[in-house]
Design a binder for this molecule. Structure first.
Ligand SMILES: Nc1ncnc2c1ncn2[C@@H]1O[C@H](COP(=O)(O)OP(=O)(O)OP(=O)(O)O)[C@@H](O)[C@H]1O
Length: 364
């Protein structure tokens, strides 16, 4: 799926913008505060149904209006044109639209638009909380393995139910709860198997990229599934039952899974400089993109916000070239005065300039 045209209305300082994007590289330039990140953020909404800067949807709606919308004409992977979009109001109503059909289900929309993002905050993937790393693994599974979405949905709803029971101090061993508990265990083990397999599959891609990006380091990834290695999930739940009653939630399970990245036998965040951490995150995301394309024969969209702040010249060129080699649609933003000579190397690019929320396409 690639975005041919994006129409953005009432999003932050953008009252109306229409971008005919390049299928390969689009570069958006502007001064600080002009609206570059807002354009990226609006596209991100199509892939996630939310912002990467705030959890308050109302703060992205342009001041003094009631709703924003983002619509896109897309070329899907079979060469057909489709139309997708969403609108959110200040009253928290969300409407998705897929080829003219309205739906309240965001998952229908976001499963069609695989988007990844690299920003100055992306090192959180390595230095942030485990939830960042679970999101990373689950993105790859969500877009490729349909059964994974189902298992994750079942698991999360049964986990919520179990946590409510623990909080109330009710009995978990009644026949009804045992039935749901069996379903919870089944979903947990399937999620874990998918995640284990995913890590094994993505690792060779990651290792090969790291050999080019940071050849001086050897890397390893260890996966923690969220409960003790030698126990089944059923045994782990039984072992923690008393503790879980005490704290009022389920303390083990796939919702506690994590990844540990080691570099020359040390935790990555202890060994690597900020720039090297960024490059490692770039390598992880690139590996994910390559695996996604290999497994699904589909294309994805990669948003790079503030490319100049992130990587030095040589590295960003390596990163961009490798992304474009996988036939990924890339959209980057850069501050207007910044030297971005490296984009000269790319054919098929489109350049945009944004000023006070008004976007204009520039000649190359
Ligand atoms: N809800 C809103 N309504 C109107 N304007 C807003 C809203 N939210 C943010 N803005 C303004 O939108 C402008 C664009 O912000 P944005 O983060 O997109 O800028 P940017 O070009 O990425 O800047 P920088 O290079 O500094 O990161 C800012 O001036 C900001 O104050």
């Amino acid at each position: 799926m690639k975005l041919a045209q994006v129409q953005i209305t009432n999003f932050r300082n953008i009252s109306s913008a229409c971008l005919d994007l390049s299928p390969s590289l689009s570069v958006i330039r502007g001064q600080n505060g002009s609206g570059k990140s807002s354009l990226i953020e609006a596209i991100y909404y199509l892939g996630y149904g939310r912002s990467f800067r705030t959890s308050r949807h109302e703060s992205v709606i342009r001041e003094s209006v009631g709703a924003f919308s983002v619509f896109a004409k897309c070329n899907d992977d079979t060469g057909n044109l489709s139309r997708v979009g969403l609108q959110r109001t200040r009253k928290h109503e969300v409407t998705c639209s897929i080829n003219g059909e309205h739906s309240k289900k965001l998952s229908d929309l976001v499963s069609m638009v695989p988007v990844q993002l690299f920003t100055p905050q992306s090192t959180d993937l390595l230095v942030g909380t485990p939830s960042e790393r679970r999101r990373f693994i689950d993105w790859g599974l969500f877009h490729v393995e349909h059964s994974f979405r189902e298992h994750a949905k079942i698991y999360l709803s049964l986990l919520k139910q179990r946590n409510a029971i623990l909080k109330q101090g009710s009995d978990l061993s009644t026949a009804e709860h045992s039935f749901w508990s069996d379903k919870l265990i089944e979903a947990a083990e399937l999620i874990d198997l998918s995640r284990q397999r995913y890590i094994q599959e993505v690792f060779p891609f990651f290792k090969a990229i790291m050999e080019q990006f940071l050849p001086e380091f050897s890397v390893e990834i260890a996966y923690y599934r969220g409960w003790e290695k030698q126990l089944s999930f059923e045994e782990a739940l039984a072992k923690k039952r008393e503790y879980d009653y005490k704290v009022g939630y389920t303390s083990v399970g796939p919702h506690k899974a994590d990844l540990k990245l080691k570099v020359n036998n040390f935790a990555a965040q202890e060994m690597l400089s900020r720039g090297q951490l960024r490059m490692t995150v770039a390598a992880l995301q690139l590996a994910q993109t390559q695996l996604f394309t290999a497994q699904s024969q589909r294309q994805s969209i990669f948003l790079l916000d503030d490319i100049g702040a992130e990587l030095d010249n040589i590295r960003r060129e390596k990163f961009l070239t490798r992304l474009l080699d996988t036939d990924t649609q890339v959209v980057v933003t850069a501050i207007v005065d910044e030297k971005i000579d490296f984009v000269e190397n790319y054919n098929d690019k489109k350049m945009f300039h944004v000023e006070h929320g008004i976007v204009k396409e520039e000649s190359n």
